[in-house]
Design a protein around this ligand. Sequence first.
Ligand code: R5P
Length: 295
Amino acid sequence: MYVVPGASCRALSEAVAKSLGAKVARVELKTFPDGEVYARILDDLTGEDVVVVQTTLGNDRLLELLLLLEAASGRDARRIVAAVPYYAYSRQDERFQTGEALSAAVVAKSLGLWADGLVTVDPHKDHILDFFPGDAVGTSAIPELAAHFAAQGVDLVLAPDAGARGRAAEAARLMDVGFDHLEKTRLSGEEVVMRPKELPVEGKTIAIVDDIISTGGTMAKATGQLFDQGAKAVYCAATHGLFIGGAVEKLTNAGVAGIVATDTIPSSHAVVSAAPAVVRGVQEVFAKKTKKAVA
Ligand code: R5P
């Protein structure tokens, strides 16, 4: 088995390969002066199972993933799995307004032109996996995030909204503490409101757990509300830390005790490895009968 590392996931690819006992393929990746991206796989992949690991934050990284999948196919790989730790465009999973493009489907179907299997970590909504034409697995890094908080003395886990409740519930179960959710309404890409909700947070250490921290607006609003209700300390944790614009500053100004993300997107706050989650997903997808395994 080979792991093909995309530019966004070199360290994560190494960790995944080590855990799977796979070789790391040598690749040549570059951007031409006119902005076009280029990808080449230098190893012979004939008859090999291949996992291409690439987070798709940024359109160039998405295109590079497509090029690497096509290159793996051109190298006569046996089965090809696209492991996409952070799956961009997953929040455009419906036509919220008439005439909108169904972006999550466009990405999934494009990957399916060359990938037999798809693995992603904590997808925004599980149903985006159904857009992929082959076997798709949504795995979760919540066990790894929960383990990180084992020493922090967290009393309560909160989800910022009802939609994120399942992940918070799982984190709380693994941490053996209670959980609840806040009442968030999104007004725009940058603006959210939190409806007041009475919670038993006075003097407590809270971990807010979400799938994504993007602008930090959600976490900052939630943190403010928890401090207003007397919380002692608030940690903000998410699988995917995009930290757009001044997100980290916003959270720091809100007084959070810590910002924790996984390395699906590398950053100084990506202190938890998503490699075990990716590996679980890859093993699960290869255990399924992908079309080439059946053929
Ligand atoms: C939205 O439903 C997601 O689960 C996150 O809550 C959201 O993407 C976070 O965005 P931001 O950090 O910009 O508030």
